[in-house]
Unconditional design. Sequence first.
Length: 828
Amino acid sequence: MEFLQTLMSRRRFLQVTGAAGAAAAGSAALPRLAGFSTLSEVHAQPAAGSGQTVITKSICHQCPARCGIDVYTTDGRVHAIYGASNNPISNGKLCPKGHLGTYILYDPDRFKGPMKRTNPQKGRNEDPKFVPVSWDEALQVVADRLNALRDKGESHRFALLFGRGWGASCAGLLGDFGKLYGTPNAGINHSSMCSDGSKKAKKATDGNYSYSAYDYRNCNYLLIFGASFLEAFRPYNYLMQMWGHMRSKSPKTRVTVVEVHLNTTAAAADRALYVKPGTDAALALAIAHVMLTEGLWDKEFVGDFADGQNRFKPGQSVDPAAFKEKWTHGLVDWWNAVVKDATPKWAAGITTIAERDIVETAREFGTTRPAIALFERGPTAHSNGTYAGMCIHALNALVGSLFAKGGLMYQMSPAYGPPPVKVEDYLDEYARSEERKKYPRIDLVGTEEWPMASNMMQEIARNHLAGKPYKLDTVMFYLTNPIWTAPNPQQWEEALKDVFVIDTSPFPSETAMYADIVMPDHTYLERLQDTPTYPFEGWPMAGLRTPAIKPLYDTKVFGDILIEIGKRIKGPTGEYYKKLESTENLLRHLAKGFADSPGTNGVTDFESWKREGVWYRKPYLWQQRRGEFYEWDGQGYNKLMKPEEVKAKLFKTPSGKFEFRSGYLEQHAEFIHRKLGIAQDKVGYPQYLPAKYTGGGDLHFITPKVAMHAEGRGANIPTAIALLQPTMGGRKTVYLEIHPDTARKRGIGNGDRVRIKSAVGSIEAIARYAPGTRPDTVVLPMEHGHWAWGRWAKGRLPGHSGEVTANQSDPISGLANYYTGMVTVEKA
Ligand SMILES: Nc1nc2c(c(=O)[nH]1)N[C@H]1C(S)=C(S)[C@@H](COP(=O)(O)OP(=O)(O)OC[C@H]3O[C@@H](n4cnc5c(=O)[nH]c(N)nc54)[C@H](O)[C@@H]3O)O[C@H]1N2
Ligand SMILES: Nc1nc2c(c(=O)[nH]1)N[C@H]1C(S)=C(S)[C@@H](COP(=O)(O)OP(=O)(O)OC[C@H]3O[C@@H](n4cnc5c(=O)[nH]c(N)nc54)[C@H](O)[C@@H]3O)O[C@H]1N2
Ligand code: SF4
Ligand SMILES: [Mo]
């Protein structure tokens, strides 16, 4: 027990000094500790050699889940990371990646400070020949470039691209920079290479352009379409906790998984349905068909036939006047246009799933309440992805699970106070001029090419190469590496040759190999940064990263890099950034909002936010019960809501209801007709469209995430690499999963080296027989094939899946069709 005693006495020490005393307890009942008054004091670690331990509250960085962590620092070294027990996502637990933060911090390949390129040639095999420069020089080089562009009236030729944005102190700064400086291209996010499809499907049906929050605790049936509940999805760590709860409670939550291969989630479920890639919509429609013909829809939420007689008969139209809808819009129109013919037999022909399995699943789903139909990139990263998502989400409306206990809802935002300065007061004539409005975004979002998408990062390289709508001059990257992660990233290798590249990565990423200036960010354990939650349980929550250690090297937090560049821009922009001062100043202002909205955990200001590492405020404010909507009145969900209130707060659609006939899509009828060939009067309905498969091969090519995959930040972590694909026996590699029959037909033995080819490229991999993978599909988890990124990452087989993935996107959501690709596989 010596360890425990030591821990206790250390804790006591911490409480006395006020460093991080509430680490384990973290409850509002504890007396308020002194906390830190300035960031520099955070860095004031006990003297080296004192043996004292400081526990800093922070937030993990390996995936979007944002688990709270307790970071243990002794003698200036971080030696342990545990799940914070006072954080509602981690609850004292972490997934296996959470503990690997020490490796990220001490990665021997990290950049040690700002650098500039001295080799003008760029390419995979070109050494950038970086030489160190001071921060002052690096910032001035960038600012001079940006000022010169602005003087020439070409500020739109500066783009700032970002991936995993965390909060107001990083991603939140980008839009304002664009407005002040005068570019529509700051910041363009990677969301179209991530999962915009599910958000768009929800926008089109219930009016919320957002991922959902879920009440798994009270859910009795989960129907999962192509979301890796037990290896990815989000928040991953919490999902594993919820899985334990759902599968051990009474009644046990039943789970059906719709997949293309036997992943961990499918293996752990009650039923796995193997769907032909790109056909989920047909399955979801057939489930709706069975639920309607068998009278299994939620009548209190959806409504019913006026006389209670079910007129939904296969193939037969229904008179819309006969049905009285409640919180949905267009059910009978949808039935007549689409669902009446979407029989299980029809769907079986498209999906290859047996008719009997479809009917059984529909009956189970339709009779086990509360039920949730959940989906992510599996059905949506296809050319028909938005419609597929809409068909699946329509099932949530049919069972009445929207905003219901045991159902799904939307995440509330944190109660942040206003920032210290207002952008509107600092826009100069240049920024306001009509001339500026003439320039579209480089990704053409908002033009007739992509009127409905919110970002099209994957289009930037080819647009720049074609000079359409113009050539970029300078591109800055924050937490994104599309030269490796984009579909067909070979285009980026060409495009970035003739632009000035600024990378802020702490690591030698592929983008950094093309950089003209490297301005390395702190790693997450060294930085101060807010992290509002991704959709979780609905009530608002915002984590805070506090440095656990003095920065090891000459790095700077990204938010401050941008603010420092801003200070060097001529005119009012410079003034704005001087007033904004620093990310710490911004965060202190944001935290003032907690005074009026005290956290459930006692957080009321910046100091208590740092002490707890998270602010959150329960409860969620709304609930739908038996077809009525109620608002929280301080005691319970007692205040009946009027339809106008439901429309303003919950169903943000034209009708103020869940739309089986999407008003939003109908507003874009001409565009959708032109792109997808649907008759203009039919564009509003959730429907099945055949996918436009790319690549030209005979096998579907799927490149999913695995549990140890740490977005683009795990490629150089030896432990993660070693354990990447445990289900396939993968050690230090990931195998190409191929069905034994498929392999034998091609003369491929178990363990053979193979070549995977498509119209856009060719890579090598090691094949492994996987009887749980569809015979028409091969699966290669996306991780290896880096040509940079550090000593462990570089040059590791298999090749990079992106290089055989064509750059095609869903015209509605803009989501890249990562899973619509086809390849051939042969013995190498
Ligand atoms: N461990 C881990 N977790 C993560 C991340 C990470 O890097 N590592 N990244 C986070 C990010 S950025 C995201 S966007 C999310 C993504 O979370 P998910 O969408 O859950 O992840 P994916 O692996 O892209 O796809 C999910 C599943 O879809 C299946 N699939 C492919 N095509 C089809 C199809 O046509 N139909 C069906 N039904 N299934 C299909 C794949 O086999 C895969 O198992 O994960 C987040 N969580
Ligand atoms: N074939 C295939 N391709 C895919 C996917 C797939 O499933 N299959 N998944 C897609 C999905 S869902 C996503 S979200 C995208 C993700 O793709 P990207 O948007 O490129 O994001 P990451 O891969 O996370 O890259 C982050 C980069 O940020 C840098 N970085 C790491 N840590 C830090 C830090 O602390 N600070 C700063 N400033 N920089 C840092 C590193 O250089 C790293 O390469 O990839 C997509 N690409
Ligand atoms: S689930 Fe994500 S945030 Fe949580 S510990 Fe794992 S990698 Fe970190
Ligand atoms: Mo993503």
